[in-house]
Design a protein around this ligand. Structure first.
Ligand code: SF4
Length: 343
């Protein structure tokens, strides 16, 4: 049945607007999802109203696993484009939709498949390790993917007699180089625009100003990689630093709520605060930087989700030969170790 509400959606410089979240919107989203046999997945950094309407909320790989297991014919992936691509790579027979195909990722955009091919040509025989925040084409040129949770483990599992090309995040690369002690890791100079908002000086200043606060660092997004680096450098007291995947962060918050509801500084994209405050309402959670918000993630507005379900757009496709090679690099990672419940 056509959606009269969806006709109010406007595409403008701010993305899709014209319809706000509310009971009418929520009822229409649920009706259209049923009609389309769609499951709605929302990344942890999505707007609160998108997280609240979703069937499942979580990190990108966890959501991709749910996508692969679901019986639903259509997967609506509320996140950024490379995440929806990963769901498509792991579930090639399902229809994958993203509410706004313009939801990119500055970190994934910092290396193209062509650039990676040139880099490989300069270092024949090297092993390519890529962070999961990469396009399907880059994954297809990659030997093994990694997340921040397992990057050290993945690199340590590679042959010692071949250099490593690590891309695209320079902070994660520096962390891996330090942790493994390997000198032969070449690191691509990519970065996420959000992590620049969590500068080392700011992190240290906030930690100093709140000596009673614990620090939760979510290792899976580019914005947290600089924090990982600083903690490893000893810039902040490692005793207060908790490197936690999303699931572990929520678990720690629940435990702290029961045992010791001390304040917590959260070094990651601010969307995560919504879930933390829900599971531990007595804890004072504060972002290390409240400007650490991913504008790409926030392009998935209530209006965009409505347009997506009403029209069956924007469909995410990956060429089968690219998907096959990309799938191999994702599976190579999973074979080495649990990717963690991170981004
Ligand atoms: S926060 Fe950074 S790394 Fe994460 S999706 Fe946004 S741009 Fe990409």
């Amino acid at each position: 049945m056509p959606s009269a509400l969806a006709e109010r959606v406007v595409d403008g410089p701010e993305g899709y607007t014209g319809v706000a979240a509310g009971p009418e919107w929520a009822a229409e989203i649920r009706r259209l999802a049923r009609e389309r046999d769609a499951v709605i997945l929302a990344h942890n950094y999505q707007l609160p109203e998108i997280q609240d309407i979703a069937d499942h909320t979580g990190d990108s790989l966890g959501l991709s696993r749910i996508a692969a297991e679901t019986d639903a014919a259509t997967i609506v992936f509320c996140g950024v484009h490379f995440m929806a691509e990963t769901a498509k790579i792991l579930s090639p027979d399902k229809t994958v939709l993203i509410p706004d195909a313009r939801a990119g990722c500055s970190l994934a955009d910092s290396i193209t498949a062509g650039q990676l091919r040139e880099w490989k040509a300069e270092h024949p025989g090297a092993t390519v390790v890529s962070y999961v925040n990469t396009t399907a084409e880059v994954k297809a040129e990659t030997d093994v993917c990694c997340t921040s949770s397992n990057a050290v483990e993945v690199v340590a599992a590679q042959p010692a007699d071949r250099p490593i090309l690590f891309c695209p995040d320079q902070f994660l690369g520096a962390h891996v180089r330090r942790e493994t002690g390997r000198e032969d890791i070449l690191v691509w100079a990519g970065e996420c625009h959000v992590h620049a908002g969590i500068s080392g000086a700011e992190l240290a200043r906030r930690a100093e100003a709140h000596p009673e606060a614990d620090l939760y660092i979510h290792p899976e997004c580019g914005c947290a990689n600089s924090a990982i680096y600083l903690a490893g450098e000893g810039t902040i007291d490692p005793g207060r630093v908790h490197m936690l995947s999303t699931g572990a962060m929520l678990e720690a918050a629940r435990r702290a709520q029961r045992e010791d509801p001390a304040p917590v500084l959260v070094a990651t994209e601010t969307g995560m605060l919504h879930q933390l405050r829900q599971v531990a309402p007595d804890i004072d959670f504060a972002p290390v930087n409240d400007r650490a918000s991913c504008s790409y993630m926030k392009t998935i507005t209530p209006a965009a989700l409505l347009r997506c379900l009403a029209g069956g757009v924007d469909e995410v496709t990956v060429a089968p030969e690219v998907a096959e090679r990309a799938r191999a690099s994702v599976r190579a990672m999973i074979a080495i170790g649990e990717p963690g419940g991170g981004e």
